[in-house]
Ligand binder design. Structure first.
Ligand code: NAD
Length: 290
């Protein structure tokens, strides 16, 4: 399949490399100078998109996505699929999809879970919004880049699933970290805390699969001095998207709001920038009730 791939950063580069490795004809574009094995580089986003059956975007945010797609959509062949895998706000996803559909294209918003490790290994999970026709065309690409693609409904629903999932993740990570910090102060051994909680009703992905306490549970960024992993800055981005969506939809999300405020403080006023999002544990440990 002829594929255009725009946005070849930490995530996009390995995803594009996997598509090329699987035998697809991939033309890429990034505003930074990038070289990827098997991927032909174009001089512009428009050039990468021209004649492609599927154009994939993997960009930082909704305003960049809107700008890039406003140039790319007119260059695409009617019937082709615009597949955005970035994490962006629901409104941008829906507006871009409407613009693509008006130009005779299929549009999918398909944000991912799994991080750079999953992008490299080809084990991402895709949460997909958009039309069935586009989903069926893109399915074989999801199978190469990931292990699972869930069709969540019409345009924007992929982004909705992503930000709801990550709102739960942000809240449970904070809850897990503050509980560990409390347990420390109560003299409870961390291994004992893990052994109990990971098999009791307080269990979660944050505790069981990504334990924020070093030396406890499976290997995680906590065992690597909290190097990301999933950076606290990216968690803050996703929590802000969920709060923006909650405001637009008039949804009451007090725990999501609290998690967003805390990550904002951690990243912008403390030492959280560039650290893994589980570094909330040493943050809580340093503090008392204040
Ligand atoms: P990144 O910053 O490494 O990559 C973004 C790329 O887009 C960069 O290479 C940049 O040069 C390029 N770019 C920016 N503006 C452009 C333009 N106008 N034209 C062409 N290229 C442009 O970011 P990333 O970590 O690869 O993340 C990409 C998306 O995936 C984000 O929306 C992020 O939230 C999401 N995501 C990231 C992770 C992760 O762990 N990194 C996990 C899940 C989802």
């Amino acid at each position: 399949m002829k594929i255009g791939f725009i946005g070849l950063g930490n995530m996009g580069a390995p995803m594009a490399a996997n598509l090329a490795k699987a035998g697809h004809d991939v033309t890429g574009y990034d505003m930074a100078a990038v070289q990827i094995d098997g991927v032909t580089m174009a001089a512009s986003a428009t050039e990468a998109a021209r004649g492609a059956a599927v154009v994939i975007t993997m960009l930082p945010n909704g305003s960049i996505l809107r700008k890039v797609t406003s140039e790319v959509i007119p260059a695409m062949t009617p019937g082709a699929v615009l597949l955005d895998c970035s994490t962006v706000d629901v409104a941008s996803a829906r507006d871009v999809a409407a613009e693509a559909q008006a130009a005779g294209l299929s549009a999918l918003d398909a944000p991912v879970s799994g991080g750079v490790g999953g992008a490299t290994a080809g084990t991402l999970t895709f949460m997909v919004g958009g039309d069935e026709t586009g989903f069926n065309i893109a399915r074989e690409l999801f199978d190469i880049m990931g292990q699972k693609a869930v069709h969540c409904g019409p345009s924007g629903n992929g982004q909705a699933a992503k930000i709801c999932n990550n709102m739960i993740l942000g809240v449970t990570m904070i809850a897990t970290c503050e509980a560990f910090a409390l347990a420390d102060k109560l003299g409870l051994d961390r291994q004992a805390m893990f052994d109990v909680v990971s098999t009791s009703s307080g269990y979660s992905w944050s505790m069981n699969a990504y334990c924020p306490a070093p030396g406890v549970g499976p290997k995680s960024p906590a065992d690597n001095e909290y190097k990301p992993g999933f950076a606290a800055d990216l968690m803050l981005k996703d929590l802000r998207l969920s709060q923006q969506a909650a405001e637009t939809a008039d949804a009451d999300t007090p725990m999501g709001r609290a998690a967003c405020d805390l990550y904002a403080q951690f990243v912008e006023a403390e030492d959280g920038k560039g650290r893994d999002f589980s570094a909330m544990l040493p943050r809580f440990e340093k503090r008392g009730r204040g």
